[in-house]
Design a protein around this ligand. Sequence first.
Ligand code: FAD
Ligand code: MG
Length: 372
Amino acid sequence: MDSVKNRGFRLPKNVWVILCGLLVLAAPVVYLSAGREATARRESFAMDTVVAVTLYGGSERQLQGALDAAFAEIYRLEGLLSAFAENSDIYKINQEPARAAGHEVSAETYGLLARALSEAGSTGGAFDPTIGALTALWGVGTDRARVPSEAEIQRLLQHSGWQKVRLWKEEDGPKTVYRVSIGEGQRLDLGAIAKGYAADRAAAVLRERGVKSALLDLGGNLVVIGRFKGQRDWRLGIQDPLIAGSAFATVETSDSTLVTSGAYERYFEEGGVRYHHIIDPSEGRPSASDLLSATIIMEQTAAAENSTRSDALSTALFVMGFDRARAFLEEHPEVGAILAYRRGGENKIFITEGLRGKVSVKDGALAGDGAR
Ligand code: FAD
Ligand code: MG
């Protein structure tokens, strides 16, 4: 049996993984199939969510080593990138924004911030890694959640904007020093991109160890390596945003990443109004999107580590709303998406062209009333 690091518990969100028609929400155990081909699964808690990794094929010893290495990578990245972990690069920057000399960070943090700024640019700021002061103000998902005053929101909006982040390198003898500074009153929050990055890196670790068939689920941020048991495409279910515990569609795919953002998981209610965790950076308040959920599906291989981008895009497309999201997808045909949205009093589903034929929508999809 595997040990579980128990740091609280929240059920995996967004995505159910359907293997052989079986809903996998199992406890952390290692299954051993007959013969030399093993199956290993481990579930743990990281980045404030449930992380589960399942591996197929190879010896038990090889798979256990691979699981150890993948989880070590995920915990390492949490320590580097979490806005909540004291001593992380991000925490350090947030403690003292607008520091003229900037903050020295690891090459890796620097690289991810560069990617985050690039996604912010490509999405017209719908994804904004400097949203941290606003997410902290609203506190959705924490015990400090509350509706702030308009004056509080406006004060923080004055400081907002990913364009105020500066990244630069300095040469110190043979060493390159990576520096970051953010604008006055700003705070970085990589909550909409770092799980995708961790999924990409953990998948790379597994591939380096020769794993040919695997499923990584970082709180609904999925990567599948190869094919299911090397035999057929994986069947991944997408959470129905209106019916708790039910998938509204399944996708058949391999070597891919699938990431969903929605307003139905992290929220609080006040005065009969639901306030969720995806903030519209131009408004400073939870996005009034007409999307119920945005799922991004992209190729994920050693040469195309797209879970990072998919994570940022799932959040960005949600903020954009259906019309802008669709226009974005037309300009970026490499990005596959399934958008559940509300139009004219009806709930609808949009699937990008490249995915048609791989997606099956279930009868009764999006027919719930959203009660959880
Ligand atoms: P996504 O749509 O992928 O991301 C939404 C999250 O991104 C929001 O919760 C907010 O943080 C941020 N965000 C909101 N709007 C925008 C926007 N327009 N642009 C960019 N970002 C936006 N949570 C805790 O409560 N405690 C922790 O200790 C903790 N540690 C974490 C460590 C790491 C490394 C990461 C990546 C996240 C951590 N989280 C923690 C956050 C928690 O996992 C978030 O709820 C999660 O990232 C939300 O992801 P999602 O997939 O639900 O939604
Ligand atoms: Mg995201």
